[in-house]
Design a protein around this ligand. Structure first.
Ligand SMILES: N[C@@H](CCC(=O)N[C@@H](CS)C(=O)NCC(=O)O)C(=O)O
Length: 267
């Protein structure tokens, strides 16, 4: 069997898509996942492979060919492991699936903009923007899959694309008390989210891990950038996230130290 390697960042939602697809196919062991520590500069050997780009995941084939972008890698894995297809094979259904996938960009950007926000005056507008994204998904599901819970008969392609972000946005629940109102405008998408996040193929991460690792995002620092006064990123491999306390929920008025966040190794 061809040896494929995926270079990835721990808890990265884009690489979780790939793990979910492989899990649906029952092929988790066909790909080697190699973790890259983003709190350190990218190793030269990796930058050489990617021709200088730092974004992950990246897949390397047995012949050393490099494939970037999670959705492109997802399709590649589907194509080389066709024994169990996850995408819809009927052209119309595949088009519906693809239309939904095209909605992920705005959804993802809105969620990250919201978590990175440091201006209390923008909270309400960001919340409204997020609700609009969920309402769009709700409407799409009502049009194409009224009875649910999934877009088609089972957890499939669209679910593999969106579920990691339903999980990532647990950080909005924690830091912004964001939740979908009990309203018909969100009922169908809430049903979808519940079915997606509890599915057995999508259990690679937990809320605790996400909230602890993404704390610096909540303080406005993405991609393991260091915040003023801090010397360790919340994305550090050590100390392990399980040993750290849950970070303060009030991200606007508190600036905890490395020690308070449990980020310093005890000597
Ligand atoms: N559009 C890309 C986005 C990937 C992405 O943003 N990955 C993040 C980790 S979750 C990353 O690599 N950040 C570090 C960087 O860009 O240098 C994809 O779908 O693969």
């Amino acid at each position: 069997m061809t040896q494929l390697t995926i270079y990835h960042i721990p808890v990265c939602p884009f690489s979780q898509r790939l793990e979910i697809l492989l899990s649906l196919k029952g092929l988790q062991d066909k790909v080697k996942f190699q973790m890259i520590d983003i709190t350190k500069p990218r190793p030269a050997w990796l930058l050489e492979k990617t021709r200088g780009t730092t974004s992950l995941p990246v897949l390397e084939t047995a012949n050393g060919e490099i494939i970037k972008e999670s959705l492109v890698i997802l399709q590649y894995l589907e194509d080389i492991f066709p024994e169990k297809l996850i995408a819809q094979s009927n052209p119309y259904k595949r088009a519906v699936e693809n239309m939904m996938v095209r909605m992920e960009g705005d959804f993802v950007s809105q969620g990250y903009m919201y978590v990175l926000n440091q201006n209390q005056g923008r909270r309400e507008a960001l919340k409204e923007g997020m609700l609009k994204q969920y309402a769009r998904l709700n409407d799409f599901l009502l049009e194409h899959s009224k009875s649910g819970p999934f877009l088609f008969d089972q957890f499939g392609w669209a679910e593999a694309v969106f579920t990691p972000f339903f999980m990532r946005f647990w950080f909005l629940e924690y830091f912004e008390d964001f939740e979908l109102p009990m309203d018909h405008k969100y009922a169908r998408v809430q049903e979808w989210i519940n079915a997606c996040t509890t599915h057995s193929a999508a259990q690679q991460v937990s809320k605790e891990e996400i909230v602890k690792l993404y704390y610096d995002y909540a303080k406005g620092a993405g991609n393991a950038a260091l915040l003023p006064g801090r010397s360790v990123s919340s994305f550090t491999f050590e100390p392990h996230w399980r040993t750290r306390p849950w970070p303060p929920k009030d991200k606007y008025n508190q600036n905890p130290t490395d020690e308070e966040l449990g980020l310093k190794l005890k000597v």
